[in-house]
Design a protein around this ligand. Structure first.
Ligand SMILES: Nc1ncnc2c1ncn2[C@@H]1O[C@H](COP(=O)(O)OP(=O)(O)OP(=O)(O)O)[C@@H](O)[C@H]1O
Ligand SMILES: [Mg+2]
Length: 279
């Protein structure tokens, strides 16, 4: 899949070295200094320092400054989620449209298990040793996976830009309220239809995007407009990956488990598995 190993088109957007100096600030002084005080408005001030310190190492900090200056982002207004591997922020683009910004943490522990999903994927021939580089590769993997899925019409957030550990993508939600996870929906409407839509996603992802999600469950499905939008696709592997079938079985199990608990009469998961891999 040649088009999946292409460099992202945003490659040349960052050439202002003079800007780098402007944002070369010390994390401890973050509160006092202006990261870009005119443009960044972090709503929850109490969380601000902790959140920024947990994820914004100096380079990420600098990169966000550049994204704000070059117009990729107009403002970052608040945090949607603080996770183990990444934080997700609500931001606005230059047309004042909401976007989601996922910032991956540069962390030794996470970079270790990430290797399992990178080694064996034909798209990634070399696995870097450097922690930051693994994380950057991981972030670009999510971008590429989103691209592949979006290109074949699947309901995932449209990827907008990837640079190092920062991924900008379509925001799923209404105004400043992000869409809830399926896990947090008490009684989803028409569960049978929802189940079919998710099964179709799994099948189309495999057959058309040639990917296996690898972490599919009610935790990584947003419920928007009574439709499922699948997120968190960084670990998704090419179907040629040696563990693709194992991950597929796990995804199918998770989905069948969830819908079983919703009281749905389930078809045979094995037949569904064979239906998916029967290209
Ligand atoms: N495009 C988006 N639009 C709106 N909300 C989003 C978007 N992407 C992610 N989120 C929110 O951020 C949360 C974390 O995102 P994601 O699952 O991709 O990251 P993660 O690193 O796996 O975090 P976690 O460990 O919490 O699952 C999601 O559960 C969802 O609530
Ligand atoms: Mg997740």
């Amino acid at each position: 899949m040649k088009d999946d190993i292409e460099e992202s088109p945003e490659k040349d957007e960052f050439n202002g070295d003079d800007l780098a100096n402007e944002y070369n600030s010390d994390i401890d002084n973050l509160e006092k200094r202006t990261l870009d005080s005119k443009r960044i408005r972090i709503i929850d001030e109490s969380k601000k320092k902790a959140v920024i310190e947990s994820v914004l190492d100096e380079r990420t900090h600098e990169l966000l400054g550049k994204l704000l200056v070059n117009g990729s982002l107009e403002s970052i207004t608040g945090i949607i989620s603080a996770g183990k591997e990444a934080n997700v922020y609500l931001a606005y683009d230059q047309n004042h449209k909401e976007v989601a910004v996922k910032i991956y943490k540069i962390d030794t522990n996470t970079s270790k298990w990430m290797r399992n999903y990178i080694i064996g994927d034909p798209r990634f021939k070399k696995v870097p040793h450097n922690i930051s580089k693994i994380i950057f590769l991981w972030a670009s993997k999510e971008y590429k996976n989103l691209k592949r899925a979006h290109r074949v019409g699947l309901t995932v957030p449209e990827p907008i830009l990837i640079k190092n550990n920062v991924l900008i993508m379509e925001y799923i939600g209404f105004g400043s309220i992000p869409a809830p996870k399926l896990k947090n929906i008490k009684n989803p409407k028409d569960v049978d239809i929802l189940f079919d839509e998710i099964l179709k996603f799994v099948k189309d992802l495999y057959q058309n995007a040639r990917l296996v999600h690898g972490d599919l469950s009610e935790f990584n499905i947003l419920y928007h407009n009574q439709k499922p939008v699948i997120i968190d696709i960084s670990q998704a592997v090419d179907i040629q990956h040696p563990k693709a079938e194992i991950y597929l079985v796990r995804d199918i199990k998770n989905i069948f488990n969830y819908f079983g608990k919703q009281g749905l009469n389930l078809p045979d998961p094995k037949s569904f598995y064979y239906e998916v891999i029967d290209i």
